[in-house]
Write a protein that binds this ligand. Sequence first.
Ligand SMILES: Nc1ncnc2c1ncn2[C@@H]1O[C@H](COP(=O)(O)OP(=O)(O)OP(=O)(O)O)[C@@H](O)[C@H]1O
Length: 238
Amino acid sequence: MSQPSVEIVDLHYAYPDGHSALSAVHLHLHPGEKVALVGPNGAGKSTLLLHLNGILSHQTGELRICGLDVNAKNLGRVRALVGLVFQSPDDQLFSPTVFDDVAFGPIYQGLKPAQVDERVHAALSQVHMEEYARRVSHHLSVGEKKRIALATVLAMQPEVLALDEPSAGLDPRARRTLIHLLSEMPQTMLVATHDLPMVRELFTRTVVMDQGRVVADGPTAQILRDAALLEAHGLEMP
Ligand SMILES: Nc1ncnc2c1ncn2[C@@H]1O[C@H](COP(=O)(O)OP(=O)(O)OP(=O)(O)O)[C@@H](O)[C@H]1O
């Protein structure tokens, strides 16, 4: 079998105040796999995603992206491999215009201006926002900002997408557009979400977390059918 895109072995993490947020997390994602990460508030989903590109560093355990250890030495290469989209797009957009926000990563990667242009246009077209290039990022609506935030990471051409609640706050049409967009993307994906209908539609595999641990990992259809499991971990289908 090919090398996993994401390989997490016995990962533990406590925040600086001592709060333990991840305990003995094991997770392997194969290339191209789309996996949903669900669980109640405070389960540790965002904390886990923040580890994938080294924003947070695990205290014990192993974490590899495409075979590369996530550590200080490899941080630049890891960040080129993993596109992390934060829960709040305001944490991702900080440039005067949409173009500048999406160009930031490719410029940082050292690409020439013509290549940067190409990357920006390709990423904006992927999220159907080509005509927004000259708009002011912080004037956009939440749904528009979320699509631009996704474009900022797509412009880096990552192997792995780590998305934190991508459908939260979107109107029905924007949510549907997003689901379609994600279904078309070839990248390996780990997506934290409370949107179980989206999970059912988009992901063949679902991981359930609670209190910093993975409590279930299996085919989505099986997990969403398990009423006792859903009830025990504060999950419910609308
Ligand atoms: N900076 C921090 N310092 C201390 N504890 C933190 C910090 N950030 C998060 N936590 C705690 O870590 C635990 C996991 O939080 P995390 O944000 O990863 O959960 P989550 O599953 O993403 O929740 P949600 O569904 O509400 O987004 C929670 O108990 C939270 O209070």
